[in-house]
Design a protein around this ligand. Sequence first.
Ligand code: UD1
Length: 422
Amino acid sequence: MEKLVVFGKNRLYGDVYISGAKNAALPILAATILSEGSYQISNIPLLNDIKTMSKLLFTLGITHRLEGNVLHLTNNGDDKLIEVPYDLVKTMRASILLLGPILAKKGEARVSLPGGCAIGERPVDLHISALEKMGATITVEDGYIHAVCKKLKGCVIDFEKVTVTGTENILMAATLAEGRTVLNNAATEPEVEDLANILIKMGATIDGAGTPCIIIDGVASLKSVDYEVMPDRIECGTFLAAVTATGGKIKVHNAPISSMTAILNALEEAGLELDIEDDNTLTATSSGYVKSVDIETSVYPGFPTDMQAQFMAAMLKADGVSTVSENIFENRFMHVAEYKRMGADINVEGDTATVKGVKHFTGAQIMASDLRASAGLVIAGLIADSESDISRIYHLDRGYETFEKKLSNLGADIKRVKSEDQ
Ligand code: UD1
């Protein structure tokens, strides 16, 4: 096991490069199931979730080779390999993204059901009912979703709730279905659009990606392509939240600025000054004096739930009282107990946390509960008056590429050390 040791109080200065988006790369890699051939996917973030997805693809007959941030994949077209095993799925819920493409391409899929996770129940009922509506026969047996359908049929799917991976799963499945599929109440997240863009490059007919209504006309086959993954708006937002809280001046490169309006607006309101140079470059300056700001999470283009913990960390020493409402997941305040151990004044009632900014904030031994909460804890550590030890950082490694190295390049006092803790 490893932990992060953080000493607070340093301001952040310098340049930081944002990696490719995890939540775009995962569905894009899943899309390689849809056609035989060779793919070259660039701007791949070097993360544990990407390793897990590569291993899963390998069990499905797709080999891979990583060269820097480029993943070369070869789909050998083995239609008999249809199983996604529990051992890998349990470490990454996004494995459910494989269900749609395996079924559409191979006519049958056996995908382990993801279990519960720290941020809530996270069911996959909407993925299943949409595939059933497209003609699949689905049973759940021995913890596995078993789906069978020779040829999926296009239809109208009205998602009861907006679901990001649900939209992506059905989008991929519909590319090879017979006829037209219409997805209503589809997720509009930029990562869905990035997936649609590679699918279109592969030969799919898709209209409306990025809007709540996506229309897909099924085609007989697709082809393999090369593609560059979009940059990660959550990683970018995390660095900006960090500098807002610590004070300093950072230049951010490879930032997906146009997809970050809600995050940038909230941080500007909190006191961050932004100087946008071009589509992907900005300079952020903060005096370290943070104003309290109320946010509530919602689907895109609203404030993302994946930035909630990090934004709350920036509010811990703010001048005044802020409220943070979580509207997407029912149990996404696990970081609050850890912030309180460091001296934060937070009261949670239902979906809303009320944060009263405090003057003094001390380091503590704290524990990460999920991916984005871990990033929030690091930001809290960066503004504490003394040392913090953050354990269970394997959560962080699922979604941030060399996080502590990027932060120490900006002047943060942070290091990774071996730890006895579990
Ligand atoms: C994706 C992101 C995750 C982000 C989340 C919300 C990936 C790999 N993960 O997760 O980082 O936090 O979007 O922006 O892209 N729901 C159902 N039934 C379903 C599916 C979802 O009730 O079948 C509910 C969920 O419990 C949740 C809400 O819908 O309350 C949104 O979840 P969803 O958008 O599906 O999240 P993920 O796609 O799992």
